[in-house]
Design a protein. Structure first.
Length: 296
């Protein structure tokens, strides 16, 4: 059964996925922030991607910066990584432990450049408030190939996906306390991802809805853009086919890329052809409790 989700936030749920940013692509969109998702299991927060404005949506959603444990970056397009260093800088006063940040190069250089660019502010707060340097709270773990990393209670598995010409684009799976959530990152439909998401409680898969795109683009732009979008992203049918192949228990289509208005019902109708399970279309502040049990 397909359904749109209850987008109300502030509802208590011990374990859940919270959409902090649901927009596909870097161009600002009313009502949608760039990509970010939070997985909350056992009162620990794992953040997947960190587009512009993530920290504001993090606190607006009622999440606790002090519960942040790790950040996973899928790739270095700006709508996925713009605020990763800034978020930790702004959360600095709430951090009492090292936050692991996992992702492809040049992730370590991104943080070094941030420390350099904001040295004045960092030194000022160290002097005024007696803080340790921000870098003391950040552990960058760069990956260039498939990897499995144990971080406290969580097992993080990363696989390369297909988002050409990006050399390092990763999907991630989080296994913690008997729950499993998989994230596609940006990719065309990938068998590697289907294997990663095998039997997952929830697959969070990007989607780009192109059925009406030509109505909102000039003929020249459509001829240039649409073939590429079809070759590096997943439409709702493609994402749903991966969910079905993986035998995932549920599917969240997010982030959502469109060139014109598209209703959740239109997107769900496409996905439902391939995946009969519970399916949502992402929106900012949508919350999906874990595990998926019946209707919400």
């Amino acid at each position: 059964m397909n359904s749109t989700a209850d987008t109300a936030f502030g509802r208590p749920s011990v374990n859940e996925v919270v959409v902090l940013g649901s927009a596909g692509g870097p161009t600002p969109k009313p009502g949608r922030r760039p990509v970010s998702h939070a997985v909350i299991i056992d009162d620990e927060v794992t953040l997947i991607d960190c587009g512009n404005g993530t920290v504001n949506h993090f606190v607006t959603a009622g999440l606790d910066l002090g519960q942040l444990r790790r950040i996973l970056i899928t790739h270095h397009h700006i709508d996925h990584v713009a605020d990763v260093a800034m978020l930790l800088h702004l959360a600095w006063s709430q951090l009492d432990r090292v936050i692991q940040v996992i992702g492809p190069p040049p992730l370590a250089r991104l943080f070094e450049l941030h420390y350099e660019a904001f040295e004045f502010d960092i030194r000022s707060r160290m002097d005024d408030e007696g803080r340790k340097h921000l870098r003391e709270f950040v552990e960058v773990i760069e990956i260039e190939a498939d990897a499995t990393i144990q971080l406290g209670k969580a097992v993080i598995t990363a696989v390369l996906v297909d988002h050409q010409p990006v050399p390092y684009a990763f999907g991630y799976r989080i296994d913690q306390s008997g729950l499993s959530v998989c994230f596609s990152g940006d990719t065309r439909p990938s068998n590697f991802l289907a294997r990663l998401a095998q039997d997952a409680d929830l697959l969070v898969h990007e989607t780009t809805y192109l059925a009406n795109a030509a109505d909102y683009l000039s003929p020249a732009r459509a001829a240039r853009v649409l073939p590429r979008m079809n070759s590096v992203h997943s439409d709702p049918t493609g994402a749903a086919r991966i969910a079905a192949s993986a035998k995932a228990k549920a599917l969240l289509l997010c982030p959502v890329g469109t060139f014109g208005p598209a209703s959740d019902e239109e997107i769900l109708a496409e996905a439902g052809v391939e995946f009969p399970g519970k399916t949502w279309v992402g929106s900012d502040f949508l919350r999906v409790p874990l595990p998926i049990k019946g209707e919400i």
